[in-house]
Write a protein of this length. Structure first.
Length: 270
């Protein structure tokens, strides 16, 4: 187990960037706590970091947990209320890209983004275990202070193979970064988030104008591949992941035409 996070150390490492950091030893769900805080008027940049969460929330109401001290588990508030709601679909990809770039910067292992909200470690074959190293959750809510995004991500850092939830997952340690420092990884990711969010917001949510769309295409592990998309309600779409549209939705082409997917679980086919 690594040393525990300290709120003052995290704040100092961020060099005055606009994050209001709280660290707790354990919590049921960082997302639930930050959602309640946002509804109560919490300011943009309010961030909760937990050493352990017992019923962490993932997409489609799945749970997500990790042994204490082995992961980065955090949720925070963003309030881009002036940005058109139709473009908020880019936020999971923005956060995923920031996590991918921050992890790559901190540990020197390439990472890619899987649509819509996963980060995949991609070490050179034979040097580490590839797979999902992080997941992202973004929820748009209405509050008395305007629309807000409750954003969360979890990064597997020090888990061993027997501590991961599924065989397709990995950790930075298993991917080859055995000495990964959680504070260094967190600092790199939050730095990437600060810059990318400011650019996206400054462009009014236009992912092409701020360069986000091009960067996601470049770092995507999904585009150009045959996929099966499991949609809400048990329907599926099978085809080629052709592109991401102006609203962050995945366009899948099959023999019947093109299908625009706003939410779903993607399985990459060989």
């Amino acid at each position: 187990m690594t040393s525990r996070f300290d709120a003052q150390a995290v704040a100092a490492a961020l060099h005055g960037e606009a994050w209001r950091v709280e660290v707790v030893p354990t919590v049921a769900s960082t997302h639930a706590v930050i959602r309640a805080a946002a509804l109560a008027g919490a300011a943009e940049g309010t961030l909760l970091l937990a050493e352990e969460q017992t019923v962490g929330r993932g997409r489609l109401d799945r749970t997500w947990s990790a042994p204490p001290g082995t992961a980065i588990l955090t949720s925070f508030v963003w309030r881009p209320a002036e940005v058109p709601a139709a473009t908020w679909g880019w936020l999971p990809l923005l956060v995923g890209l920031a996590v991918a770039d921050g992890c790559a910067e901190a540990v020197g292992i390439p990472h890619a983004v899987k649509w819509p909200n996963d980060v995949l470690a991609q070490p050179v074959a034979g040097t580490g275990r590839a797979g999902k190293v992080a997941g992202v959750l973004v929820e748009r809510i209405d509050t008395r202070s305007g629309a807000a995004a409750v954003v969360g991500f979890g990064i597997n850092v020090h888990q061993g193979a027997d501590e991961l939830p599924v065989p397709t997952a990995t950790s930075l340690r298993l991917a080859g970064a055995s000495e990964a420092d959680r504070l260094a990884v967190l600092t790199a990711v939050l730095g990437e988030l600060t810059g990318r969010y400011a650019a996206w917001r400054g462009a009014g949510g236009d992912a092409d104008r701020c360069g986000l769309a091009a960067d996601v295409r470049r770092r995507s592990a999904t585009l150009g591949r045959p996929v099966v998309v499991h949609l809400p309600g048990d329907a599926t779409v099978t085809g080629r992941a052709e592109r991401i549209d102006a609203h962050g939705r995945l366009v899948v082409a099959d023999a019947d035409g093109r299908h625009v997917v706003g939410a779903g679980d993607v399985v990459h086919l060989r």
